[in-house]
Design a protein around this ligand. Structure first.
Ligand SMILES: [Zn+2]
Length: 251
């Protein structure tokens, strides 16, 4: 990680000008983004807005993990993948598009299913992990790995016209296991593209704010989005001291 160039170039100063102007960002914030490595777990419906916005914002290295191939019924929401990509690995399709959106960042791809066995290795060396998964087995594996390595974990999930997001700082906030004890079974679920776009954009905003060091994060807050009634709500959550995953961590 230390070999990466972290000074901003003339190109960077122009490319990121409109976000450098944001209060609290500045050149320091942009350099922090450029130095950062972020893991996006999934190259599907949530992975699309998350990876596109992190790429366009100039996060230095983006590590994308997804074991799947592009299928026709992905295309209503997974806009990194197009008709011509059906049958390709999602990570290859994603790498091709993202490297064209911003040719100056590093994109690492891993063709792996996230499990308890490989999660610690996959999160190695990253500054933050963004949840763009579609199942809770992998989410819990990542949650545990992030707790073990004290890496912030930006959770998001969608279903139909509904979505949720929270920001998990190990040892400080409730973790995924604190708030979800009985995850829904994995099956084919309904989903509208812009709902994934909304939740993924919130996760990307949170991750960028964390890396830059500005604003208030969704810490111990679970944001719910209901697209049917067009309503956002936030509920306060707290750590479960008996949580099997994070209960042993000190505040
Ligand atoms: Zn916990």
């Amino acid at each position: 990680m230390s070999s990466k160039p972290t000074e901003l170039t003339e190109y960077d100063l122009v490319r990121y000008d409109r976000q450098i102007r944001i209060d609290g960002f500045g050149l320091v914030g942009q350099r922090r983004l450029k130095r950062a490595t972020i893991l996006v777990a999934g190259a599907g419906g949530l992975g699309f807005p998350i990876s596109v916005y992190l790429t366009a914002a100039g996060v230095g290295t983006i590590r994308i993990i997804d074991p799947d191939i592009v299928e026709l019924d992905n295309l209503n929401r997974q806009l990194l993948h197009w008709d011509r990509d059906i049958g390709r690995k999602k990570i290859e399709s994603a790498r091709e598009k993202l490297s064209q959106i911003n040719p100056t960042i590093n994109i690492e791809v891993y063709d792996e299913k996230i499990t308890d066995e490989n999660a610690l290795t996959l999160v190695d060396g990253v500054d933050a992990v963004v949840d763009a998964l579609d199942n809770y087995e992998a989410r819990f594996a990542l949650n545990r790995a992030c707790i073990e390595k004290r890496i912030p974990f930006f959770h998001g999930a969608v279903h139909g016209l509904m979505g949720q997001a929270t920001t998990i700082i190990p040892g400080e906030t409730a973790c995924l296991r604190c708030i979800i004890s009985a995850p829904p079974k994995r099956n084919i679920f309904p989903i509208l593209g812009p709902v994934a776009g909304t939740i993924g954009s919130i996760q990307a905003t949170e991750a960028i704010k964390y890396l830059v060091g500005v604003g208030n994060l969704l810490k111990n807050k679970l944001l719910f989005y209901d697209g049917f009634y067009m309503d956002f709500s936030i509920i306060e959550i707290k750590r479960n001291p008996k949580c099997p995953d994070c209960g042993r961590l000190n505040v």
